[in-house]
Design a protein around this ligand. Structure first.
Ligand code: GTP
Length: 443
C-alpha cells in the first residue's frame, strides 16, 4: 500500500507534466512539499524553501520581491492577510505575475492541511472584454455592456432568463460552474435543462435525483435559496430574483458552496461519532451505563403510562477476577467482548437494550416482556455462554459461566422508581451467585 506521502509526491510530479504548480502545507501552515513548476512560477523560492517552512516566510519572500519600495511598510499586513486567505480560501482567484496571469486554487484536506495549486491562464479580463464585445458576442437587448462587465467581475455565477424561463445571458462563472465553455452552448435553454446537461456524462447520484425534484418544486414558488448537487461531489446554492423587471426578466445567482458543504458534512460525521462515543462503551461497543440509565428512566415511565410490562436482566461473569488473575487482563477484555457479542446477537428486538453496566456486569432491558419470558431468555443466554469455547495458545481452552438476576417492573409498587427495578434484579443476581453461580434467579 503506497504511503500518503508517496502518493502526494507522484501527484506533484504529474502536475509538473501539466505545468501546474503545487505546494502542500500541513494544518499549521508549514510547507510539506512542492514541485518543479512551483519553483519556475516563483523563482524567488528556489534554493530557499524547505520542508517545515512557515507559509509566512513563503509570503514574505514573495512580497519582498514584488512590492514597490513605498508599499514595503505595509508588507507585514499583507502577509497577515495572505495567511488568513490561505486558511479560508474557498474559491479560485487570479493575479498578475511576471507578465502573465495566474489562477490559484486552495483546498483543505480537513485535519491534514491544505494544498495550493497555480496555473497560468488567459487573462480573464481580455476574455471578458471579448465576451462583452457586441461585435463578437451580441448581448441581449436587455443587458447593457457596463452591466455585463460588472456581472462578469463576480465570482458567483449569474444567469438571466426571460419570462418563459429561457436563458438570455450568463456570466463566465456560471458557465464554468456548469462545465460550459461558451455562452453559445447555452442557447435559450431553461435552467433545469442546463442542470440535467451538466450531469449528462456522469453517474447519477442520489444528490442529482434530489436536485431534479428540488427544481420541479421551485417552479411553484420562488425566493428562498436552495442547494443543488453538481457532479463530482460539488454543491451550489441558488438564489432567484424572479420577474421583478417589467419585461419579466429574472436573475439567478449561483454560489459554489462545495467547501462549506463538505466541511459541514465532516462536522456532521464528527458530531455523530462524538455522540456515539458519549453513549457507547469503548471496549465492547455496547451502550454504556449513562445511556442505560437514560433509557431505563424513559422505559420505566412508558411502562407505567401504558401499563406495559418491563423486565430487566442483570448478568455477571462468574469468577472473573480469577480469570483475569490467571490469564491476564487483556484476555479478560477479550472475554468481555465475546460475551457482549453473544448478548447483542441474542437481543435483536429494536425496543430492547443491551448495555455494559460496569466492570464485568451487563444489563438487558426488555420492554413488553413479562418475568417468565425474561427468565426463559436469560436461561438461553446462560446455556449459550456455558458452551462457548474461548482461549488461545497461551491459555488453552477456557470456559466461562455467568449468573443472571431477573426482575419485572409489574412486581413493584406503582410509586416505585426505576432504580428499584435495578436493585431488585441485582438482588436476584446476588441470589444466583449465592446459590453456586452459573444460574438464573428471579426476584
Ligand atoms: N479484564 C477486565 N477486567 C475487568 C474489567 N472491569 C472490571 N474487571 C475486573 O473484574 C473483576 C470483578 O471481580 P469481582 O467483582 O470480585 O467478581 P468475580 O471475580 O467475577 O466473582 P463473582 O462475581 O463473585 O463470580 C475485578 O477483578 C475487576 O478488576 C475490564 O474492563 N476488563
Amino acid at each position: 500500500m503506497p504511503t500518503f506521502d508517496s502518493i502526494l509526491r507522484i501527484v506533484a510530479l504529474a502536475l509538473d507534466q501539466l505545468e501546474v504548480a503545487v505546494c502542500v502545507f500541513d494544518n499549521r501552515g508549514r510547507t510539506v512539499l512542492w514541485n518543479e513548476t512551483f519553483l519556475q512560477f516563483f523563482p524567488e523560492h528556489a534554493g530557499h524553501v524547505y520542508a517545515g517552512e512557515d507559509y509566512r516566510e513563503n509570503l514574505r519572500r514573495f512580497y519582498l520581491q514584488r512590492l514597490p519600495q513605498d508599499e514595503l511598510p505595509s508588507m507585514e499586513r499583507y502577509i497577515e492577510e495572505g495567511v488568513q486567505r490561505h486558511h479560508s480560501q474557498q474559491r479560485a482567484f487570479e493575479f498578475d505575475h511576471h507578465g502573465y496571469r495566474v489562477r490559484v486554487a486552495s483546498l483543505s484536506f480537513g485535519a491534514f492541511g491544505r494544498v495550493r495549486l497555480w496555473r497560468k491562464t488567459t487573462p480573464l479580463l481580455t476574455g471578458m472584454q471579448d465576451r462583452i464585445n457586441p461585435k463578437l458576442t451580441p448581448l441581449p437587448g436587455r443587458i447593457l455592456p457596463d452591466t455585463a462587465m460588472a456581472l462578469e467581475s463576480l465570482a458567483d455565477g449569474i444567469l438571466m432568463v426571460d419570462e418563459k424561463d429561457g436563458t438570455l445571458w450568463a456570466n463566465h462563472s456560471f458557465l464554468r460552474l456548469y462545465g460550459l465553455s461558451d455562452i453559445k452552448d447555452l442557447g435559450a435553454r431553461r435552467f433545469d435543462e442546463i442542470y440535467a446537461a451538466a450531469w449528462q456524462h456522469e453517474e447519477p447520484t442520489a444528490g442529482y435525483t434530489t436536485g431534479l425534484s428540488v427544481l420541479k418544486e421551485r417552479q411553484r414558488f420562488s425566493g428562498a435559496p436552495y442547494v443543488l448537487a453538481l457532479p463530482r461531489n460539488r454543491w451550489v446554492r441558488i438564489v432567484e430574483l424572479r420577474g421583478t423587471q417589467a419585461n419579466g426578466t429574472s436573475f439567478f445567482s449561483h454560489v459554489d458552496i462545495t467547501t462549506q458543504w463538505r466541511q459541514q458534512e465532516e462536522l456532521k460525521q464528527l458530531s455523530l461519532h462524538l455522540e456515539s462515543l458519549a453513549v457507547k462503551d469503548a471496549l465492547t461497543g455496547l451502550l454504556n451505563r449513562r445511556r442505560f440509565d437514560e433509557v431505563l428512566e424513559a422505559e420505566w415511565r412508558r411502562a407505567h403510562h401504558s401499563e406495559m410490562v418491563l423486565s430487566l436482566l442483570m448478568l455477571d461473569v462468574d469468577h472473573f477476577k480469577h480469570l483475569n488473575d490467571t490469564h491476564g487482563h487483556p484476555f479478560g477484555d477479550e472475554v468481555l467482548k465475546r460475551f457482549a457479542t453473544v448478548l447483542a446477537g441474542r437481543i435483536q428486538r429494536t425496543d430492547s437494550l443491551v448495555a455494559r453496566y460496569g466492570g464485568e456486569e451487563f444489563a438487558v432491558l426488555l420492554p413488553g416482556t413479562a418475568l417468565a419470558d425474561a427468565a426463559q431468555l436469560a436461561e438461553l443466554i446462560r446455556q449459550q455462554v456455558e458452551t462457548m469455547s474461548l482461549g488461545n495458545e497461551q491459555t488453552g481452552l477456557v470456559r466461562i459461566t455467568i449468573s443472571i438476576g431477573v426482575a419485572c417492573a409489574s412486581d413493584l409498587a406503582f410509586n416505585a422508581s426505576s432504580s428499584m427495578l435495578v436493585d431488585m434484579a441485582d438482588r436476584a443476581l446476588y441470589e444466583a451467585k449465592r446459590k453456586g453461580r452459573n444460574q438464573v434467579a428471579c426476584s
